[in-house]
Design a binder for this molecule. Structure first.
Ligand SMILES: Nc1nc2c(ncn2[C@@H]2O[C@H](COP(=O)(O)OP(=O)(O)OP(=O)(O)O)[C@@H](O)[C@H]2O)c(=O)[nH]1
Ligand SMILES: [Mg+2]
Length: 433
């Protein structure tokens, strides 16, 4: 199987309408996923049914109809709006004589073609191998098709079907590859964890951008970097699904010297394949450890409510809970008669490309992240120059002067720093008496 995107191959997208509330939305989304994979939608086929046919997913008549339609439109691939069992895929391919791709395989292909870093590539490759494992089939190898009593060419397994032996061998090879890749990924993650630990140690508040793919998370990150960034390291923005697959973390500085970390990460889509969610859990660790989440919503998309529900579900699946969330209704510029930027409690309506909007977001973060911050006096011994440096770099220092006992600093501190520097706070209290 090639990993590259298939260029402009026409497809038929097909779905079983079992009266799911989100059926139309997932069909629209499937069409967009097909485009994101570099293919085109030639036509759409749906079947109303109460149940799934165990052997062929769709009813037999519908399968014949689809095959005929595909022949008529010269379409080589049918993309199904659901996960198929390995045997359903095989049966459908046999009857239609076409390639059949399920939703998971489609998403895996898009992720494969987008992955850039070693980490993302490994995560996608693991998910693909996991997906492939139950689908390895003796008939996939033409040499095995004779099957039956013929021994393997070496003759060592004369009593078993050559097909079966080859199948076990293939599966063992895949499992080995998965283990190998998991180990490599663990190594990479360990290095990142160390980096993250160091950041947590610095006690900087962290904020994670989350949300449906293409909502404008990376654009928001770039807007914030432009106004508050310490570097101009922008992230990639593209009008396509899953432009971002890797997590980027940047240190930002709000007015008053207040630093925090902002992370941008992979976007979500409905029914994100289980294997992908599993393997991307590590990438999404930034969201799990965040002090605050910013859910970016494409307010200009008529399906934005479903997209928000999808985001909530995915966050639950990766184990994110009890983290306060700011909801950002983005792309307000594309909605007629929408007043922006605007804030109501934990909800903002804005446009990530508009500087005034970004300023409102910055002010909101300043308030939310620093509400427990208080002006605190500290007395730091001269031997602890690193503490004074830390306070200068990471907090708002109101005043600083030397005394006989050390440096007297008045700074605005959060609960973590107050705990960390408790002895210097007490020293200041004692000195004042
Ligand atoms: N008009 C308008 N377009 C926007 C706005 N914000 C983002 N976009 C566009 O929306 C598209 C997607 O933006 P991204 O920032 O890449 O979205 P994302 O959420 O990071 O998407 P993924 O990384 O694919 O999950 C790009 O074409 C942006 O230029 C906005 O406020 N107004
Ligand atoms: Mg992005």
């Amino acid at each position: 199987m090639q990993d590259t995107t298939i260029q402009t191959i026409p497809t038929i997208i097909a779905g079983l309408d079992r009266q799911q509330a989100d059926f139309d939305y997932t069909m629209t989304e499937l069409g967009e996923l097909v485009t994101a994979a570099g293919m085109t939608v030639s036509s759409k086929v749906t079947q109303r049914a109460d149940h799934i046919d165990a052997a062929t997913y769709f009813g037999k008549g519908k399968v014949e109809e689809m095959a005929a339609q595909a022949r008529g439109e010269d379409v080589p691939i049918i993309v199904v709006n659901d996960d198929l069992t390995p045997s359903q895929t095989r049966n459908l391919e046999k009857i239609t004589k076409l390639s059949v791709m399920d939703r998971t395989e489609l998403i895996l292909r898009i992720f494969s073609s987008r992955a850039r870093t070693r980490e993302a590539k490994l995560q996608v490759a693991i998910a693909r191998e996991e997906y492939a494992l139950p689908r390895v089939h003796p008939s996939a190898n033409p040499l095995d098709q004779q099957g039956g009593g013929r021994g393997a060419s070496g003759g060592a397994t004369a009593n078993r079907g050559a097909g079966e032996t080859q199948l076990e061998l293939d599966k063992r090879v895949i499992r080995k590859r998965i283990t190998h890749m998991r180990n490599e990924l663990k190594e990479i993650m360990r290095a990142q964890d160390t980096r993250r630990d160091r950041r947590i140690h610095q006690a900087l508040p962290s904020v994670a951008l989350v949300g449906y793919t293409n909502a404008g998370k990376s654009t928001t990150m770039n807007g914030m970097l432009q106004q508050y960034g310490l570097t101009d390291k922008q992230v990639m923005v593209k009008n396509q699904l899953f432009a971002t697959l890797d997590t980027s973390v940047r240190k930002l500085q709000l007015p008053n010297h207040r630093h925090f970390l902002l992370s941008d990460t992979v976007g979500f889509v409905s029914h994100l394949p289980h294997h992908l969610v599993e393997s991307f859990k590590a990438t999404l660790a930034e969201a799990r450890d965040a002090d605050l989440l910013i859910q970016v919503v494409d307010f200009a998309d008529p399906h934005y409510r479903e997209m928000m529900a999808t985001t909530e579900e995915t966050l639950n699946a990766i184990g994110v809970k009890d983290i306060p969330m700011l909801t950002v209704y983005n792309k307000a510029d594309l909605r007629p008669d929408t007043h922006y930027p605007d804030r109501e409690g934990m909800t903002l309506t804005l446009s990530a490309t508009d500087p005034n909007s970004i300023r409102l977001l910055g002010q909101t973060l300043n308030e939310l992240l620093y509400k427990d911050y208080v002006t605190t006096d500290l007395l730091v011994p001269f031997t602890k120059g690193d503490v004074v440096n830390y306070l200068r770099d990471n907090t708002e220092v109101k005043s600083e002067h030397y005394t006989d006992d050390g440096t007297a600093v008045t700074a605005v501190l959060g609960p973590i720093d107050r705990g960390r520097f408790a002895e210097y706070v007490q020293a200041a209290v004692a000195a004042a008496k």
